[in-house]
Structures are given as structure tokens and as C-alpha cells.
Ligand binder design. Structure first.
Ligand SMILES: [Cu+2]
Length: 137
């Protein structure tokens, strides 16, 4: 019985240490707070192609969104109909006081992806962030 417990404890320790080794400071989760009109934090570094668990809390007074644009697709003066075709992933209509969770697969191509809030006027107010996708080591 003691031997079985020891083997179990050993395999548990190996499992736990296996999870801790995410290299390069890249995270597989995004936890963001939305306010009027900011993302906090406003830079997220994730490994290319990784499964990302996403959680967003809206601490603002109005609804917000988290829209990741495709690589090299930057919103110009404001978020337009044309920009909708260049969205990589989005979580829309996050209401004040609400926390939403979801998941998505990070882009496979390393680079800097623009994150915006597509609610009218929010991009203009500076509600912009950055998703940095890094190659897996
Ligand atoms: Cu917003």
C-alpha cells in the first residue's frame, strides 16, 4: 500500500512540474479587465498555435469587446464594416459587471496582432491592446 502511494505521489509531482515549464514568458491564458476605455493589461504574449483560455471582466459602465485583428490588419481611424473581414477572433458584447470566459487557438504565425474594442467610439478613445505571438521554443 505504501509503495502504491509513493508511486502515485511521484507521478503527481512529475505531472505538476511538467506544467510549470512554459518557456519564454508566454502565457496560455489571457485574463483581462475592461474599463472605459482601456484593456488592462494591454499586452499579451502567447505561444503560436497554443490553446488560450480567455477571461474578461468588464469593470466599466458601458459594454465592451475584445477583438483580435489578423496579422498586419490594423484598424485605421475607427472600426469599420471592412475591418470585420479582418478579425482573427472576437468576444463581443461584454456587459458592465460581467465576467466572460472562452477559449481560442492562438495564431500560428508569430508577430504582433492588434486588439481593439469595436464598440463605436472606443477605438478612438484609445481602447487598443496588443497580442504578441511567439514561436514555441
Ligand atoms: Cu469598449
Amino acid at each position: 500500500m505504501k509503495k502504491i502511494l509513493f508511486v502515485f505521489a511521484l507521478s503527481l509531482a512529475l505531472t505538476l512540474s511538467g506544467c510549470g515549464g512554459a518557456g519564454g514568458g508566454a502565457s496560455k491564458s489571457i485574463n483581462v479587465t475592461l474599463t472605459d476605455f482601456q484593456f488592462s493589461p494591454n499586452t499579451f504574449t502567447v505561444p503560436a498555435g497554443a490553446q488560450i483560455s480567455f477571461s474578461a471582466t468588464n469593470n466599466g459602465a458601458v459594454q465592451h469587446s475584445f477583438v483580435v485583428m489578423k496579422l498586419d490588419s490594423k484598424v485605421q481611424t475607427h472600426f469599420t464594416e471592412a475591418d470585420k473581414a479582418n478579425v482573427f477572433w472576437e468576444k463581443l458584447a461584454i456587459q458592465p459587471g460581467q465576467t466572460v470566459t472562452d477559449s481560442f487557438t492562438a495564431p500560428t504565425e508569430p508577430g504582433e496582432y492588434e486588439i481593439v474594442c469595436e464598440v463605436g467610439g472606443h477605438f478612438e478613445a484609445g481602447m487598443v491592446a496588443k497580442l504578441i505571438v511567439v514561436q514555441q521554443p
